[in-house]
Structures are given as structure tokens and as C-alpha cells.
Design a protein around this ligand. Structure first.
Ligand SMILES: [Zn+2]
Length: 249
């Protein structure tokens, strides 16, 4: 079971090393079917039902804590109250192009545990976290650089890249307890001074929300950057840049 969790939760750098992934897939297929009992005497046919992937917490947090430090964890599989809105898996982003195959949000184990902690705090205060971006493979960083080769907007993949490439940065915002996005002063990826933490010419409730988000993230071990209210990096460890592609369902 532990190996299954490792393979599903921990997309290790070399995915091919994960020999039991097929086992996970077959287990998943089994859980997505129900048997129908008929009076015909024939063998019951499996009837497919909607997969429960995003409707229930699949893995307890303890199982995440047991993973190796360099493992990657898909957040929504541990806490289904995260609100996914992975913008780079759509064309609704500043590049106006879809650069991810699917909307997986993965972070390194310790960053993931820290984000779960921040989410716990925010949920107690009546909020939830909406996820805009998480781990970003280096090849995607190169794709973004090709579209916009300007290091004011995209980290240079041939230079220091982005902390997102290390699986240790997250772009996020607050929603209410029902998942409705809250006003934060600017949209995600608005590259102007209004998005800076130091910009205070905003309604009180916006400044309060930015502060609440910042305090929860800093309390969990993340650090902000000055120019983007939505970006937080986990810098307690310097992870290597990664380039595996998350498996889409
Ligand atoms: Zn970011």
C-alpha cells in the first residue's frame, strides 16, 4: 500500500522507476465500478460510475508525511477543499496559450505539507485556497519563455528559471467557504504596481484579505515576493529543478 501511495502521490523524478503504477491504475478502475446482481444466473457485469477522484480525500496526511522529502504530492488528493483553477492548463492566462496538458497541482512534500497547514488555518477563518499554479516542468518554462522571452514576466529557463520548476512555489488566492473567488485588488498575473504587496491604495477588505493570506502562508513557512500578491515560495530547502510531466487522467 505504501508503495502504491508513493507512486500515486509521489511523482518521483524518474516516473519510469514507479513499477507499481499499473497496479494503482487497476485498483482505481476497480473502485470506479460497481457490480449489478441479476436473476439471470449470468456473471454480473461491472457498471462504470463517476470516479471519486475529486470528491473525497483519497490519502490521509500521515501517508504524505511518510514519503521521501523529494517526493511530489498532488494537493487535491489530500485535501479536496482546495479549489483548482490551473490557468496554464487553459488559455485564460497572460500568455493566452494553454501550456499544460492537464490541471495537476503538485508540490514537493514539505511545501505540500506547509500549504496544507496554511489551508487548515484559512479554513478555520472561513476561507479556502484557490490554486492557480504549482509545480511547473522545466520544459513548460521553456515553452513559456518562447512565447514571452522577457524576464520581467517569465523566469528565464536558461538562467535561474523559476521556483515553480523546483516544485516549491505556488500561485494562489482566497475564496469564501463555498469556493467563490474573492476580490484581491487585481486579477492573477496582473503585472502592475497594484499587484505589489507595498501597494496600499486599495479597499480595506482587499488589504485585509492580502494580509490574511500572507500571514497564513508565512506562518506555514512560505515567503512572498514583492511584486505578486498571489505567489509564495517555500525556500526552507533548495530542491533541484525538475522536468517530469505529471500524468494526466
Ligand atoms: Zn508564481
Amino acid at each position: 500500500m505504501r508503495n502504491v501511495l508513493y507512486c500515486l502521490l509521489a511523482s518521483v523524478l524518474s516516473l519510469s522507476a514507479c513499477d507499481s503504477r499499473r497496479q494503482v491504475s487497476s485498483e482505481g478502475a476497480g473502485s470506479d465500478t460497481v457490480s449489478v446482481t441479476a436473476d439471470t444466473g449470468a456473471a454480473p457485469e461491472p457498471v462504470p460510475v463517476a470516479p471519486p477522484v475529486r470528491t473525497q480525500a483519497l490519502f490521509p496526511r500521515d501517508s504524505v508525511a511518510a514519503l521521501p522529502d523529494t517526493a511530489f504530492v498532488e494537493l487535491i488528493r489530500v485535501d479536496t477543499l482546495f479549489v483548482p483553477d490551473m490557468r496554464y492548463a487553459t488559455a485564460d492566462n497572460f500568455l493566452k496559450e494553454k501550456v499544460y496538458d492537464c490541471d495537476k497541482c503538485l508540490l514537493r512534500k514539505e511545501a505540500a505539507l506547509a500549504l496544507l497547514k496554511a489551508h487548515d488555518q484559512l479554513k478555520r477563518e472561513g476561507y479556502r485556497i484557490k490554486l492557480y499554479d504549482c509545480y511547473r516542468p522545466l520544459d513548460v518554462q521553456k515553452k513559456m519563455w518562447k512565447i514571452m522571452p522577457d524576464d520581467r514576466y517569465v523566469g528565464n529557463p536558461y538562467g535561474s528559471g523559476s521556483v515553480h520548476n523546483k516544485g516549491a512555489a505556488v500561485d494562489l488566492t482566497l475564496t469564501d467557504s463555498l469556493g467563490h473567488e474573492l476580490e484581491m485588488g487585481t486579477p492573477f498575473d496582473h503585472f502592475g504596481r497594484e499587484a505589489h504587496h507595498a501597494y496600499t491604495d486599495l479597499p480595506t477588505e482587499v488589504l485585509t484579505r492580502r494580509r490574511i493570506l500572507k500571514e497564513a502562508m508565512q506562518g506555514a513557512g512560505f515567503e512572498p515576493i514583492t511584486s505578486e500578491w498571489w505567489h509564495y515560495s517555500y525556500r526552507r530547502k533548495n530542491y533541484p529543478t525538475a522536468n517530469f510531466k505529471p500524468e494526466c487522467e
